[in-house]
Design a binder for this molecule. Structure first.
Ligand SMILES: Cc1cc2nc3c(=O)[nH]c(=O)nc-3n(C[C@H](O)[C@H](O)[C@H](O)COP(=O)(O)OP(=O)(O)OC[C@H]3O[C@@H](n4cnc5c(N)ncnc54)[C@H](O)[C@@H]3O)c2cc1C
Length: 533
C-alpha cells in the first residue's frame, strides 16, 4: 500500500497548481494522479490546439446529450487528458473575470472568495509585464503575455468598436474589464504556457512529489465519513494509495462529480439505481452545470492578404512555418481568439455582460480537427457571460470508463436567449461600422436575411457550440445543493476536497482557465493553513 500526505486527482489547470504548492515542503509526500499522458507534441505549439480538439490521445472527447435547444445536436465537450489538463489543449486566452463575479460568490455565503480575497492568488500565479501593480503579478509560475494589435484587421476592429461606443481597454484583467483589446495569452516565446509547463516542469526533481500518468482514479476510498485514499488503475494494474492528510479531487467539471458518484457520494436514488452503495447522500453532485453557449457569426473578407486564410495556405503557410521556426512568431504562435470585447448589453449595467471574440480565419470541419478554409474570412463568437441556464452531469453506469451523460439545458433560462440575440446584434453592429468598410465584409452566418429575434435564435439553436467552459457541478456553498464548503471540503466527508472549475457556483465573466488555476492556488493555501493550525 502506497502512503502519502496528500493525493491530488487530476493534473489539469487547478490540479497542477495544487500539487506544485502542496509539494513545496519536502516533508510532505504528494501523489499526483493523471489519467492522460505526460504530453502530446501538439500541446507545445499554440496552433496545435486545432490538432488536439478532436484527438483522443490528449482529449476525453465528451459530448452532450441531444437537446431541443441544440436542435437535437450533441455538442462537443472537449477536455484535456494529459498533464496540464485542458490548459494543455485550450485556446490560451487569459481572462480572470470581473471583481463582481467573486464578490457574488462571497455574497452567496462563500467567505474568503471576494475579489479582494482572491486577488492575491491571481497575482501570485502569474508573471505578466504590463498593467498596474495593484492588480497584476510579476513573478508567479504562469507566463502571460499581451500581443500588439499589429494586424490591419485588429486595428480596424478597435476603430469599429469605438464607432459603436465600445472603448479600447489596455488591461481587461486590471481595474475594469469593459472594452475591446487583444487577448492576453498563456503563450511565451511562441510556446503554450500550460500548467504542465509552468507548474510541473520546474518541480520535476522534487523527491516528495510522485507524478503518475496513465493513472485513472476509479474510486475514493472511504472509511465511514472519512476519505482515506484512492483506488486507481494504470493499464490493467489496480492499486490503492492512502492519504494521511487529504485527497484533493481536481478532475474537472465532468470527471470530478463522476468520481464522487462512482464512490457513492451523490443523489441516493440515482446511485442505488446503478447498484452503487450510497456512502454519503449529497444531492448537488453533478448539478448546476453551466457553460457559454456561443454562436459564431461568420464573415467573408473581400480585401486580400489580411486573414489567416490568405496567409496560412500555400507559400503563405511555408512563410508562417519559417517565421515560427526562426522567430517563434506569427500565425502558428497565436492565441485561438486574438481579439475580444467585454460589452454591456444596455446602458445602466454596472459591468459588461456580453463577450465577443474574434478568430481571423474561417475553418471547415476535418477528420482530425478544423481545417483552414479556402475562402478568406473570420468569425466572431458572441454570448452572454453569466448565463442562468443550468444543466447536469451524471454517471450512467458504475463503470469509471463509461462517459457520464451531460445535459446543458441551454437557453432554458429566458434571459439567456435574449442576451444571446443582443450579442449577435452587437457583433453585427461592429462588423458593419464604417471602419470595417475597407475590408469589404459579407455576412455568411447567421446571414443577412436573419433579421428578427426569432430568426436569430433559430440559427443559434441550429449552429451554436460552447466556448468549452463547463463549470459548477461540485458547487461551493452553504446551501443544501452545495457539494463543497467555502474551504472546498466536501460537505459531510472528512479529508476530501474538490478544487477545480467544478466548484464555481456561477460562471465567471469570460474564459475559465485563469479562475481554475486561482482555485487551485487558493485550495492549496487553505489545505496548508489547516495542516499548520
Ligand atoms: C478546447 C478548449 C479551449 C479552451 N479555451 C480556453 C481559453 O482560451 N481560455 C481559457 O481561459 N479557458 C479555455 N478553456 C477552458 C479552460 O481550459 C478550463 O476551464 C480549465 O482548464 C479547467 O481546469 P480544471 O482544472 O477544472 O480541469 P482540467 O484542466 O480539465 O483538468 C482535469 C484533469 O483531470 C484529469 N482527470 C480527469 N479524471 C481523472 C481521473 N478519474 N483520474 C485521474 N485524472 C483524471 C484530466 O485528464 C485532466 O488532466 C478551454 C477549454 C477547452 C477544452
Amino acid at each position: 500500500m502506497e502512503t502519502y500526505d496528500y493525493i491530488v486527482v487530476g493534473a489539469g489547470s487547478a490540479g497542477a497548481a495544487v500539487a506544485h504548492r502542496l509539494s513545496a515542503d519536502p516533508r510532505d509526500r504528494v501523489l499526483l494522479l493523471e489519467a492522460g499522458a505526460a504530453s502530446h507534441p501538439w500541446s507545445f505549439i499554440p496552433v496545435g490546439s486545432a490538432r488536439l480538439i478532436q484527438n483522443p490521445a490528449a482529449n476525453w472527447l465528451y459530448s452532450s446529450e441531444p437537446e431541443a435547444n441544440t436542435n437535437g445536436r450533441r455538442i462537443p465537450v472537449p477536455r484535456g487528458k494529459l498533464l496540464g489538463g485542458s490548459s494543455a489543449i485550450n485556446g490560451m486566452a487569459f481572462v480572470r473575470g470581473q471583481a463582481q463575479d467573486f464578490d457574488t460568490w462571497a455574497q452567496m455565503g462563500n467567505q474568503g472568495w471576494s475579489y479582494e480575497e482572491v486577488l492575491p492568488f491571481f497575482k501570485r500565479m502569474e508573471r505578466y509585464e504590463g498593467g498596474d501593480d495593484r492588480f497584476r503579478g510579476r513573478d508567479g509560475p504562469l507566463r502571460v503575455t499581451n500581443p500588439e494589435p499589429r494586424d490591419a484587421i485588429f486595428q480596424a476592429l478597435i476603430k469599429a468598436a469605438a464607432e459603436v461606443g465600445i472603448p479600447h481597454n489596455p488591461d481587461y484583467n486590471g481595474a475594469s474589464q469593459e472594452g475591446i483589446v487583444m487577448s492576453q495569452a498563456t503563450i511565451a516565446r511562441g510556446r503554450r504556457m500550460s500548467t504542465a509547463r509552468c507548474y510541473l516542469d520546474p518541480i520535476r526533481r522534487r523527491q516528495n512529489l510522485h507524478i503518475k500518468t496513465g493513472a485513472l482514479t476509479e474510486a475514493l476510498l472511504l472509511d465511514g465519513k472519512r476519505c482515506i485514499g484512492v483506488r486507481y488503475a494504470i493499464g490493467d494494474a489496480v492499486r490503492e494509495a492512502i492519504a494521511a492528510r487529504a485527497v484533493i479531487v481536481s478532475a474537472g467539471t465532468i470527471n470530478s462529480p463522476q468520481l464522487l458518484e462512482l464512490s457513492g457520494i451523490g443523489q441516493p436514488e440515482r446511485l442505488a439505481n446503478l447498484g452503487i452503495a450510497v456512502r454519503h447522500p449529497l444531492p448537488g453532485v453533478g448539478e448546476n452545470l453551466r457553460d457559454h453557449y456561443a454562436p459564431r457569426t461568420r464573415w467573408l473578407v473581400g480585401k486580400k492578404g489580411i486573414t489567416y486564410n490568405d496567409r496560412g495556405r500555400g507559400f503563405g503557410l511555408v512563410y508562417q512555418a519559417l517565421r515560427y521556426a526562426l522567430l517563434r512568431q506569427g500565425m502558428l504562435a497565436s492565441v485561438g481568439a486574438p481579439m475580444r470585447a467585454f460589452i454591456r448589453s444596455r446602458e445602466g449595467l454596472d459591468a459588461p455582460d456580453l463577450l465577443l471574440g474574434w478568430v481571423p480565419m474561417l475553418t471547415v470541419p476535418g477528420t482530425k480537427g478544423p481545417r483552414i478554409a479556402k475562402q478568406s474570412g473570420f468569425s466572431c463568437y458572441a454570448h452572454p457571460m453569466r448565463p442562468e441556464s443550468r444543466g447536469h452531469v451524471h454517471i450512467t453506469a458504475a463503470d469509471p470508463r463509461r462517459p457520464p451523460a451531460i445535459n446543458f439545458n441551454f437557453l432554458s433560462a429566458p434571459p439567456d436567449a435574449e442576451l444571446t440575440i443582443k450579442a449577435v446584434r452587437i457583433a453585427r453592429a461592429i462588423m458593419t461600422a464604417p471602419a470595417m468598410a475597407p475590408l469589404r465584409l459579407t455576412e455568411v452566418a447567421p446571414g443577412p436575411d436573419r433579421t428578427t429575434d426569432d430568426d436569430i435564435i433559430d440559427w443559434v439553436k441550429r449552429a451554436a457550440e460552447t466556448t468549452y467552459h463547463p463549470v459548477g457541478t461540485c458547487k461551493m456553498g452553504i446551501d443544501p445543493m452545495a457539494v463543497v464548503d467555502p474551504q472546498l471540503r466536501v460537505h459531510g466527508i472528512e479529508g476530501l476536497r474538490v478544487a477545480d472549475a467544478s466548484i464555481m457556483p456561477t460562471l465567471t465573466s469570460g474564459n475559465t482557465n485563469a479562475p481554475s488555476i486561482m482555485i487551485g492556488e487558493k485550495a492549496a493555501d487553505m489545505v496548508l493553513r489547516q495542516a499548520r493550525a
